[in-house]
Write a protein that binds this ligand. Structure first.
Ligand code: OSB
Ligand code: MG
Length: 368
């Protein structure tokens, strides 16, 4: 296929409830949505997961737009692309900027699957009809409210719950939740809020039978995590620290983690995500699919990726209604009894709802 046109839209969608982490609170999700057109007029959809501020990784909505407009779109327009794996090679002269790259690459994967008359799941070699998912719950104002929100999520059918922790909101909260929910598969995500000075505190968490602790130490560290893992029994799962297959290889060789959270945007696209998945499978390291509060488009990509065999732990892909009054795809993503049915239609398997997309669009620009 030959990419003839790319449209970037800036969308702003209000979250049903504010999402708080160790770094602050998000009430609106602003992101870029990409429509990529080939020579036959087929359209592939991609989403840039970068936030407005660089608190998670260094990319932002504006840096991704800049990279797309000034570097990445010119590198793919009018190029013959036989397989999405080639997109990464076309971008080889651009360092990092993985979320920007991933937005186009995801759209090319959608186009590629459509051109083969396959679902994205089939095109990726996935083999599940339904995927088991969990939910990530932000920091609440009080422990009582935290318990109430977890309880609500359990009622909706989620069987694995992730809660966010930060200094001052950690052992006290996990202890309270464990007392309330003795058998709940539960994990904690610190988004890099601790250092090795906190080893004693992190050791305390070993008492509460957590499935794992996600990214306790610095966003770019794998050395200190390896030291920490020797001191604690709870498996460490890395998120921010793993931005490529090379990062995964080094972290696994060092013993920095026992589990990896794979996010398509953080690692530069589906092809790299699949390579990390395959490597981890080979090394006996289970993976799960992380989330970035995606709209339905990014969610659809996550669902397809999760059908790969070594996504053996429930991910953070909650249903549309957890995030939005109205999602931008039809049908919306529904979670029943902790499972999402994998769509069978060609491409991402959901229909973008243009009316709703227009409603949320702040600005847009076409490149050809
Ligand atoms: O660290 O996994 C994270 C959301 C935004 C940025 C980082 C993270 C998260 C989540 C929520 O935990 C995942 C989701 O529901 O999409
Ligand atoms: Mg995380």
């Amino acid at each position: 296929m030959i990419i003839k046109e790319v449209m970037i839209r800036h969308l702003k969608m209000q979250l049903n409830s504010p999402f708080s982490t160790s770094f602050g609170t998000i009430t609106d999700k602003e992101f870029l949505l990409l429509e990529v057109k080939d020579e036959l007029g087929r359209i592939g959809w991609g989403e840039s997961v970068a936030f407005v501020a660089p608190w998670y990784t260094e990319e932002t909505l504006k840096t991704t737009w800049h990279m797309l407009e000034d570097f990445l779109i010119p590198l793919i327009l009018n190029k013959e692309i036989k397989h999405p794996d080639e997109v990464g090679r076309l971008f080889a002269t651009v360092r990092k900027n993985y979320m920007a790259k991933s937005a186009i690459e995801g759209a090319v994967w959608d186009l590629y699957a459509q051109s083969k008359n396959q679902s994205l799941t089939e095109a990726l070699g996935g083999n599940k009809d339904k995927i088991e998912v969990g939910i990530s719950i932000g920091i609440q104002p009080t422990i009582e409210q935290q318990i109430a929100v977890v309880n609500q999520a359990i009622k909706y059918g989620y069987k694995r719950i992730k809660v966010k922790i930060k200094p001052g909101w950690d052992v006290n909260v996990i202890r309270a939740l464990r007392e309330e929910f003795p058998n709940l598969p539960m994990m904690a995500d610190a988004n890099s809020a601790y250092t090795l000075n906190d080893v004693d505190l992190l050791k305390e968490l070993d008492k509460y039978n957590l499935m794992m602790i996600e990214q306790p130490l610095a966003h770019d560290d794998i050395i200190d995590h390896a030291i920490l893992q020797k001191h604690i029994k709870t498996p460490i799962c890395l998120d921010e620290s793993i931005q490529s297959l090379e990062d995964a290889r080094k972290a696994i060789e060092l013993g920095s983690c026992k589990i990896i959270n794979i996010k398509i945007g953080r690692v530069g696209g589906i092809s790299e995500a699949k390579r990390i998945h395959d490597y981890c499978e080979d090394k006996g390291i289970p993976v799960w699919c992380g989330g970035m509060l995606e709209s339905g488009i990014g969610r659809a990509h996550n669902i397809a990726l999760t059908t790969l065999s070594n996504f053996s732990l429930p991910g953070d892909t909650a249903g549309s209604s957890h995030y939005w009054k109205r999602d931008i795809i039809q049908p919306e993503v529904i979670v029943e009894d902790g499972f999402i049915n994998v769509p069978k239609k060609s491409g991402i398997g959901y229909e973008p709802d243009l009316e709703v997309i227009h409603h949320y669009t702040v600005s847009s620009k076409v490149y050809r």
